[in-house]
Design a protein around this ligand. Structure first.
Ligand code: SF4
Length: 248
């Protein structure tokens, strides 16, 4: 798929600075290597930048934890706050200890919250729906009917949507201005598709979406260099069970 809409929106740039400057932004991160360059670009541009690692589609658990460990490392190196998104059911993550944090507890304890959260009941129903469920088993269940789709097709579009709707709901819940995703740095992902899905999620949740194409200005090449510098693990498959099978 061509990236015509993104091209006409962004020109030669990976993003528009005025959409980030002075804003409180949540950046959905799909993995630590892909987050390196967006964080370098935005950490001093945004008024507040919080990383949201929400990828319950990653299979198996060990792979998830490996990617999460590197995400923690990069967030600490860049000195940005990290919200560790949902992976297990709440009661399972409580039972398994501190490897799997309870998302709600992490948010309530977060120092980036400058004021107390608005009561959830004051937010529109879309925000409630967007924050419901969303653990690995539920996401797998939703993606399963599309399991045979090739990578980049309908299965991936639904996968982007599940992650971006929740990120938009999180931005609205926390009172942030806007959200974006690192997904557009991947050469395997159409920025047009990701941005269209992000924009629809933003409209639904009443928060701004920042269009990006982090591949531009050699973004992907720089992410490889940064990953080497930080000794990050670079995975060989996108994340879900089906993408793992496609690699073997
Ligand atoms: S290949 Fe990647 S984007 Fe597509 S469904 Fe699997 S994890 Fe999601």
């Amino acid at each position: 798929m061509s990236d015509k809409a993104t091209q006409s929106c962004l020109g030669r740039e990976p993003f528009l600075a005025n959409q980030v400057q002075g804003k409180r932004v949540i950046l959905h991160a799909c993995c630590a290597p892909d987050a390196t360059v967006p964080l370098l670009l935005w950490q001093h541009l945004a008024d507040e930048l919080v990383v949201y690692f929400y990828n319950p589609n990653i299979h198996p658990d060990e792979e998830y934890l490996r990617r999460l460990a590197d995400m923690r490392l990069v967030a600490a190196e860049r000195k940005v706050h990290l919200i560790e998104g949902k992976y297990l059911r709440d009661d399972d993550s409580a039972a398994r200890g501190d490897l799997f944090h309870n998302e709600a507890e992490v948010i309530h304890a977060s120092s980036f919250l400058t004021s107390s959260l608005a009561p959830l009941e004051e937010l529109p129903p879309e925000v409630h729906t967007g924050l419901e469920g969303g653990d690995a088993a539920q996401v797998m269940h939703k993606l399963s009917p599309l399991g045979n789709e090739p990578e980049g097709g309908a299965r991936c579009e639904l996968c982007y949507q599940l992650r971006l709707v929740r990120t938009a709901a999180m931005a609205r819940r926390l009172g942030f201005d806007a959200f974006a995703t690192t997904l557009t740095i991947s050469p395997h992902k159409s920025a047009d598709t990701v941005n269209a899905i992000g924009e629809r999620a933003a409209t639904r949740l009443g928060v701004d979406y920042i269009w990006t194409n982090f591949k531009k200005r050699e973004g992907f090449k720089k992410s490889i260099e940064e990953s080497r510098r930080l000794h990050l693990y670079r995975q060989h498959y996108c994340g879900c069970l089906w993408s793992q099978r496609e690699q073997t």
